[in-house]
Design a protein around this ligand. Structure first.
Ligand SMILES: CCCCCCCCCC(=O)SCCNC(=O)CCNC(=O)[C@H](O)C(C)(C)COP(=O)(O)OP(=O)(O)OC[C@H]1O[C@@H](n2cnc3c(N)ncnc32)[C@H](O)[C@@H]1OP(=O)(O)O
Length: 230
């Protein structure tokens, strides 16, 4: 162990301090047995009558870059100095590949990516799938799994696909790998996006940004900012 860390009270082997069981308060104990964990399919499992996703005929061709959808987007925008600047490309079917280079601004622990930033990369990649469906949708649920630490300087290679669609619900899944498309898996996510109308943004977003985005003279940029069908 680094001597200066040892001086601060760190130990080479992490040990979790635990109290004797009898000292742990358990307010539920008096009222009977602990509740059983929920059984049956969770909210990220598509129902049996869900449909397979259908790629929109006007979706970008496989391999085509999607480009940033909104310049101020923290996930992909060019105008965010500390943003992820994630670059996404259309894949086959309803799938996306993307890359994100972990920079010094994205750290949680020294030299390692922050988990929330990695969740953002997953969310952004998954959100881009809706562009292939030409559906306006927002994240309703995002379940992440952090499998390996991701060092600063790593290029995280993400791939995502829609697995099923049920009414307004879009079920999807993503994986992020270290250093290359075949690299070791570092992060995974399952998500549920919910289709919304453009009013979702107009009614809820701060008016300053809404007005600016709507006043953009570039029609394609206006469309992409709100993810609206062209
Ligand atoms: C090219 C473009 C690239 C874009 C990339 C962007 C990536 C980033 C994407 C984001 O991060 S979006 C920002 C984060 N998300 C939000 O801010 C969403 C905040 N939540 C909401 O606004 C509402 O909760 C939501 C729109 C998600 C749902 O509200 P609604 O009132 O419209 O839904 P409703 O209650 O009518 O439910 C519709 C269906 O979805 C289901 N549902 C809704 N929210 C759910 C949830 N959280 N979990 C599970 N299921 C959910 C609900 O059960 C129901 O299922 P059924 O059709 O089977 O009845």
């Amino acid at each position: 162990m680094e001597p200066s860390l040892a001086r601060c009270g760190w130990r080479a082997t992490a040990r979790v301090r635990s109290a004797p069981v009898s000292n742990v308060p358990n307010p539920g104990a008096a009222s009977g047995p602990a509740p059983s964990p929920p059984s049956g399919p969770g909210p990220l499992t598509p129902p049996a009558d869900a449909a397979a996703p259908v790629r929109h005929p006007d979706a970008p061709a496989p391999g085509e870059p999607l480009g940033p959808h909104y310049e101020h987007c923290f996930g992909c925008g060019e105008a965010q100095p500390h943003g992820l600047r994630l670059r996404a490309r259309a894949g086959e079917g309803v799938s996306i590949t993307a890359e994100f280079t972990v920079g010094p601004d994205h750290q949680g622990a020294p030299g390692l990516a922050h988990g929330g930033v990695l969740a953002t990369a997953l969310d952004e990649t998954l959100g881009s799938l809706n562009w292939l469906l030409r559906v306006v949708a927002v994240t309703g649920r995002l379940q992440t799994e952090f499998v390996r630490p991701v060092p600063v300087g790593t290029v995280l290679h993400l791939d995502a696909r829609v697995t099923a669609v049920h009414r307004r619900k879009i079920y999807c899944t993503a994986t992020g790998r270290l250093g290359g498309p075949e690299g070791p898996v570092a992060v995974r996510a399952d998500a549920l996006f919910v289709e919304v109308k453009v009013d979702h943004f107009i009614d809820n977003g701060r008016q300053e940004e809404i007005r600016a985005a709507m006043a953009d003279p570039d029609q394609f940029r206006r469309v992409r900012a709100f993810e609206v069908n062209p």
